[in-house]
Write a protein that binds this ligand. Sequence first.
Ligand code: NAP
Ligand code: GDD
Length: 339
Amino acid sequence: MAPTAFVTGITGQDGSYLAELLLSKGYTVYGLIRRSSTFNTDRIEHLYQDPHAKDYRLRLVYGDMQDGSRLTRLLHEVRPDEIYNLAAQSHVKVSFDTAEQTGDVGALGVTRLLEAMRTACPAARFYQASSSEMYGSVPPPQSEASAFSPRSPYAISKLYGHHLVANYREAYGLFACSGILFNHESPRRGGTFVTRKISRAVASIKAGKQDKLFLGNLDARRDWGFAPEYVEGMWRMLQQPKPDDYVLATGETHSVREFAQRAFARAGLDWQKHVQHDARYLRPTEVDALQGDATKAARTLQWQARTRFDALADLMVDADMYALQHGLREFEVRQRFFP
Ligand code: NAP
Ligand code: GDD
């Protein structure tokens, strides 16, 4: 029988790519969505199916990581084979403003979902979206063996979830894995993360709609990869004979300044003429440098990041310029760029 997956965070960047991947593999996918007064399903609109359709395999269900009884009821009803926990308030800077809610979703949300799984479907396989932010001030390169030194409420919430997954694996024998993913981007990346903020601004400046782009710390270094490749890695973790934790990364590191330089150059623009500093985008505590060592994933999962820094910046700028020129929304650009 075709497997069933339960995906939290399905309306996010990774959730949308993961849903595509799982549907292409024949899965029935249950996606947790939050009730909102406006539509929040743009990224999965192209996957939407009429509930009356014969092959109805993408099933959206209402719920929230802050509502444990609902999660328990859902897992009892769905009894999935695989659970992917991607839901989070995922913006690091915002987490300093909304520390309590970020922790409630990112840390306690994991407890709620693991408890629900333990009672409803203990034989299921569980994926937790851990983050390279957990390394914080630990010098690069960072691997599964590195220490953690988180520097934001977001990173601390993720570390709680990370340790809980390991604890439930040991204490209850659950098949639970954490993917420690380094930054991964795409044309579907939220507009307030730095790469997308830059690629959108480049498109808009090129079109003559704006002139300046305000950024914070240009010296921060990140290991940026391409999101669709990373969701493939998540799936591979759950196909292994034993549960474990894995780093997914490109192994390359670049500064925000370098990303801006490359992105503006792609559109034939000089970044220095348009980028200005604004202290409001600085964080109270910063993660200066991330560079992942994904040797374990390469060896065990046969997973490797393929899209490199220049190609990533180029494809994001191309997608935003194309969308602006043709008046398209993000998901509509998909067919043109990633058929
Ligand atoms: P994203 O685009 O911000 O998506 C986050 C998702 O979580 C959205 O679907 C959001 O729903 C949902 N969500 C937030 N609060 C929720 C709640 N209380 N209950 C239910 N759902 C909730 O994030 P992403 O980039 O796809 O990342 C996916 C996961 O991987 C996140 O946990 C993130 O922290 C982690 N991660 C990301 C990266 C990266 O570079 N992208 C790296 C490491 C780890 P709405 O659409 O309704 O807001
Ligand atoms: N967002 C943003 N906006 N960041 C800026 C800006 C700006 O205007 N200017 C400079 N930066 C710097 C930030 O200070 C940070 O050092 C870097 O750009 C990257 O910021 P983000 O794109 O917001 O991502 P992040 O690295 O903080 O967090 C992302 O990656 C994590 C994995 O390492 C998020 O996706 C997290 O959810 C994820 O866990």
